[in-house]
Design a protein around this ligand. Sequence first.
Ligand SMILES: NC(=O)c1ccc[n+]([C@@H]2O[C@H](COP(=O)([O-])OP(=O)(O)OC[C@H]3O[C@@H](n4cnc5c(N)ncnc54)[C@H](OP(=O)(O)O)[C@@H]3O)[C@@H](O)[C@H]2O)c1
Length: 284
Amino acid sequence: MKVVVIGVGQLGSDIVKSFEEEYEVIPLAHSDIEVSDYKSCEVLKGLKPDVVINTAAYHKTDECEDFPEKTFSVNALGARNIAKVCEEVGAVNIYISTDYVFDGEKDVPYSESDVPNPVNVYGVSKYAGEIFTRNISSRYYIFRVSSLFGVAGARGKGGNFVETMIKNAKNGVELKVVDDIVMSPTYTKDASMAMLKVLENELDYGTYHISNNGYCSWYEFAKAIFEITGMDASLKPITSDEYPTKARRPRNSSLSVEKLRKMGVEIRHWKSALRSYLEEKGHI
Ligand SMILES: NC(=O)c1ccc[n+]([C@@H]2O[C@H](COP(=O)([O-])OP(=O)(O)OC[C@H]3O[C@@H](n4cnc5c(N)ncnc54)[C@H](OP(=O)(O)O)[C@@H]3O)[C@@H](O)[C@H]2O)c1
């Protein structure tokens, strides 16, 4: 089976590593394909993939508020272009989506049957990407991931939360982290392995939440980083009112991975994943 991975950033690079164990993998960097340009997406035709995994995104959430056209052209129109070419070449289309499709008003983790209602430009554009994927693709998976941390760090965001916390703590910065926004931290290595299992086990096409198990606030996540590394950090919880951002954020965007678990794909707790990440990065 031939798998094309679009975007070799934080998640894409781990997908390439895990999928290479089983399949022929062709990674496409941004210099190889521009998803917002249909003509450029036609590069897929020559590659004749069985599966296309689209991790490309414009995802600086606050910046997206200022550049809605660019956000939609990459995240929504890009998804449409890829879906159309996948249909033409007969490939399974996999679109990587986000926990930010939800409004955060729910008090427990979101399941796949919950209705999206995004509250910022980025979230709306990714939800539009999901809709294009569903409406155009005869065979598709939408994998919603959240709060990623992986060795490569997000190219689009210039790193990840874990590295930012560690760097700032080393520099003696007093860290103030929001304690009233809850999410499911996700190790890209674990997410990639779960995606591989979905394909290997030929699970039903459709939408799946792929995050590490459990949830926490960003403050709790930061606290765990310093507990595991044993670093001495000055860390203080604050409310989101004390840290205003341009884009509204859902106060709860934690994801339930029950659907996957019932289908035989287990994902470990985020704390255990965080420890493995810190080991992989040489922080412990
Ligand atoms: N990071 C998170 O916490 C998070 C949370 C929820 C969902 N997600 C979703 O997960 C996916 C992967 O995130 P990530 O953290 O791995 O991001 P990343 O490290 O920024 O990787 C994205 C990759 O896509 C490429 N790319 C960007 N725009 C493109 C375009 N127009 N055409 C073709 N390639 C393009 C980037 O290349 P260049 O850097 O060279 O432009 C980069 O290699 C995204 O779909 C994102 O929406 C991420």
